[in-house]
Design a protein around this ligand. Structure first.
Ligand code: DQA
Length: 143
């Protein structure tokens, strides 16, 4: 599970938008949800675009399904979009998650360069969206 820039500040960053729970809580929740689904979940976060792109390459090489909240990279990173495309091109599930509903916010958030290359997108459901994304991964790898 990959989280992009500023998501390390969950809990203190715009709590009315992103909630009051922090990344450590998200990590704990996702590992526990994964266990109920038979998935071994690792939660990563970086503010560095190159590092996130490297994680996509690693997912391809290691054949690992991905749940990703690309955060602000969603709206402008063609480099990450190309790397995300490699994940789905390899036949691996890639779920895009947003805690908020970006379409209901600023104009610049209404466009995702990532959505066209992912398996599916979940927005606006808070941390619960990550749980649904893990359920989607569990479902998809059984197909
Ligand atoms: C976000 C939405 C993005 O627009 C924003 O840049 C984020 C978080 C979300 O989870 O709602 O950092 O991806």
């Amino acid at each position: 599970m990959v989280n992009g820039p500023n998501l390390g500040r969950l809990g203190v960053r715009e709590p009315d938008v992103y909630g009051r729970q922090d990344l450590a809580t998200l990590r704990k929740d996702c590992v526990a949800w994964g266990q109920t689904l038979g998935l071994e979940v690792e939660v990563r976060q970086s503010d560095d675009e190159a590092e996130v792109i490297g994680w996509m390459h690693q997912a391809v090489d290691e054949k690992t399904p991905v749940v990703m909240n690309p955060a602000a990279f969603t709206h402008y990173s063609y480099g990450l979009a190309d790397a995300a495309h490699m994940v789905t091109d390899a036949g691996l599930p890639l779920m895009e998650v947003h805690i908020s509903n970006p379409s209901a916010r600023d104009q610049f958030r209404r466009h995702s360069v990532i959505s066209p290359v992912v398996t599916g997108t979940i927005t606006g459901l808070g941390f619960f969206g990550y749980r649904l994304a893990l359920e989607a991964v569990a479902h998809l790898i059984q197909q």
